[in-house]
Write a protein that binds this ligand. Sequence first.
Ligand code: TEU
Length: 546
Amino acid sequence: MSVPGAHEPEWWRCAAIYQIYPRSFADGDGDGVGDLAGVLARLPYLAELGIDAIWFNPWYASPQADAGYDVADYRRIDPLFGTLEQAEELIRRAHELGIRIIVDIVPNHTSDQNPWFQAALAAGPGSAERERFWFRPGRGPAGELPPTAWEGFFGGPAWTRVTEPDGTPGDWYLHLFAPEQPDFNWEHPDVRADFEEVLRFWFDRGADGFRVDSAALLVKDAALPVEDPTQQAFTDREEVHAIYRRWREVADSYPGSRVLIGEVWLPDAQRLARYLRPGEMQTVFNFPYLECAWEAPALRTVIDDTLRFHRDAQAPATWVLSNHDVDRVVTRYGREDTSFAIYARHHGRPVDLALGTRRARAAALLTQALPGSVYLYQGEELGLWEVESIPDELRQDPMWERKGRNPADPGRDGCRVPLPWSGATAPFGFSPPDSAAEPWLPQPDSWKEYTVEAQEADSASMLSLYRAALHLRRGLPALRTDTAGLSWLDAQEQVLAFRRGDSFACVVNLSPAAVPLPLPGTPLLASGPLGADGELPADTAVWLAL
Ligand code: TEU
């Protein structure tokens, strides 16, 4: 089995990782939902883009109550997406193209359709089957109150009461996300053993790594404190690290460097760094960078903090601008408030798309010039924006319902709209020409300007910029290192300027006016036209050969 870049043992230290959200990448069978056949057909597009790896959001058997993050069977591909054979072929074909495959694993919770959970419901209170989850009697004279006052991340109580087999109101079970996503009890040996088998199942099939979902939430305080405003009863508990040390042993028992990537939303760098201790995960997502406003001092602080704690942890930094949980960057940077918070969206505010696009182009060059590995979310390379006009009846994200159908904070569907590949009208080649089904979320008509086909023909397009940057990044030794080699250059307040080694510099003007370049150099790539006298216009970035 050929593993790409086998000569590059620690490929994950400065890889360009493309995130595929299977429901919305490409639809091979014409049912309006993306699938593995669609991805297989588009692998050459990804190879040409210049990426080193693909991270797949969950493709497992799932009732899709949370778009696949409610997994019913971790060893089966959901028929919506295809078959296990197709997944194996996809891994094989990607490897032949030098692209590694990272799959998502969702250990904190499962689907309420998981046979274990169904068995727990049927077995009744106090049963061994219920020990694999968090079932507890309620508080109050009739157990009518949830065991604790914890709130779920999607809104609403984190507990749901079941009707026992005898028809009476019974135990409550814990779900930090939607009720269709019961949390596992990670104290239970069956849970630990089964997930080790799941790791081996996909490593045996050539998976190069796992993105570990909600990695800080697995272990709960068994005392179940009723009030827990700081969420410490279920966030970042020391015991969770023993689980990831065991997983690392499993990963390291395989040839080629298999990676564990933590999805950990912790504001505190020290706590985040604990997931990167030797023998634990190799990398974690860098959400402070994603959440940061488009402001030079703030970004510089996040970059410095990130590099510092990763250097101390001897782990490579990672950089991400968007994903399937976050408003698209073009829209965020086109708002007055350019920062982002996952649980406090601000839809319905004015968005200057031209400004947001200019800033997102500059941010792409900034991000890809930083030391470490970089993520790009499907559609980011096309400059797609957040679709805020999705009809309520078409919204599918559980956050929409659980947050009370709040138009200002309507959930995540807006960044999950199927990609536009070609043509002048929807479904823009997302589905085969003769497909009867509409894409599962409506694509804006104006995306006819943003198809891959249109952008491939335009050397000034976002796609052309991403391709040029990713290929340059791959070829420039100065950019193929992780935490080392970034030195800041003196520059004006709203300008970020830094060298990578002796031969490369990146300058980003976040100010509203053009600025002179802080050092001489030959432009290699710019996110927009440079001024006549070499000045750097507003919201523009340039890579210089020194
Ligand atoms: O998101 C996790 C998430 O939303 C985090 O903010 C989480 O709440 C945090 O870790 C708490 O500290 C992941 C997936 O990306 C998302 O799409 C899923 O809906 C969610 O987990 C549940 O699986």
